[in-house]
Design a protein around this ligand. Sequence first.
Ligand SMILES: Cc1cc2nc3c(=O)[nH]c(=O)nc-3n(C[C@H](O)[C@H](O)[C@H](O)COP(=O)(O)OP(=O)(O)OC[C@H]3O[C@@H](n4cnc5c(N)ncnc54)[C@H](O)[C@@H]3O)c2cc1C
Length: 362
Amino acid sequence: MSKRIAIVGGGYIGADLAKSLDDSAEVSLIEPRSHFVHAPAMIRAVVDPSLLDRALIPYDRLLKNGRLLRARAADIDESGVTLDNGQRVEADYIVVATGSSNATPFKPEGDDVDGLRRANQRVHDQLKAARTIAIVGAGAVGTELAGEIAHAMPDKKITLISNLDRLFPTMPDKLGTALAGKLRDAGVTLVLGKRAENLQSLTEPYAGRLALSDGSQHDFDLIFPVLGSRASSDLVEGLPGTQKGTANRVKVDPWLRPSSLPNVFAAGDVADAGDAMTIVATSRLLPWLKTTLKGLMAGKPLDQMKPYKPWGPNAPILVPLGPKRGNSFLVLFTAGDLLTRKMKGADLFLRKYHKLLNRPES
Ligand SMILES: Cc1cc2nc3c(=O)[nH]c(=O)nc-3n(C[C@H](O)[C@H](O)[C@H](O)COP(=O)(O)OP(=O)(O)OC[C@H]3O[C@@H](n4cnc5c(N)ncnc54)[C@H](O)[C@@H]3O)c2cc1C
């Protein structure tokens, strides 16, 4: 008899895993949103809202055999998942992939995909009307946002602010130096090594005055707080023996188990398995999860299967600055405009995820 697998969350981990096990297990994918939210395209969507039509992809064609339950998981135990509508999903194995939240308008609040559409349009209108723009936080999202605005709206005066002295300080120097040079070429002012002390919101763009840690004050027509993702770990936190790490993520053992429940796994942004909170991490997590779950279903004991091996600090990263320029760290070397454009900047992986959701683009 085939095994029952409950997957909580249909993001980059959950959607792919559900589809790949659809023929070999009884899959229940629990996901409250109507659409898959393709985060990499949400940055360019701030300058081009028409991109939302492609960046929000309906879930309805994802599974052929398994069931897609449009609800939020409220509770987990060893024998299954209880949904917020009271429904019970019995399962032999449970994978929690509840991901993370981020600032407006990059990810929806909860399941509110229409709210994300409205937020995108509102922030786009604010951006069009603004002359001076501050982006606070120069991780990948902040840096890409500066590049997208500079490319699409070259008349804007953009300031990218980071409390760190360099862009991408944990990566080889060449990446941050090249990106900083290209941003400056495009007219972006970089304020590095200074902290914004008085952010009025950590999640909503707003107009106002920023006080920096050097004592200076600056007025902006629009301030984007871009301070990183925060894991959605409420559901796993209640399980026996869980421990929190950074950014609200839960810790996991070498087989990605966050608690003492032997058949409950957690992966992706919600779980700190030694990878950053990126889709790139899924390129290792997904093959491991697929092999391990198939092994378990075939009767192999977990401790006789290989533990998960993360990317660690040397994972690749692709940072487009608009559709044409950018730089990427590709482990063996740092690439420039051409490869960054071909690998990500031109299409933002949209074709790949349309194909995953069984809605291939011609
Ligand atoms: C603007 C932006 C751009 C990015 N660009 C890139 C990029 O170019 N490259 C890259 O590598 N990474 C990028 N990232 C990071 C990437 O988006 C995340 O690492 C990725 O989304 C993590 O996938 P996930 O499956 O863990 O979670 P998510 O994609 O966050 O999906 C989690 C899912 O779980 C659902 N969920 C939450 N709680 C419950 C519950 N209780 N019950 C049921 N379902 C629930 C949510 O509705 C959601 O659909 C970007 C992030 C942002 C914000």
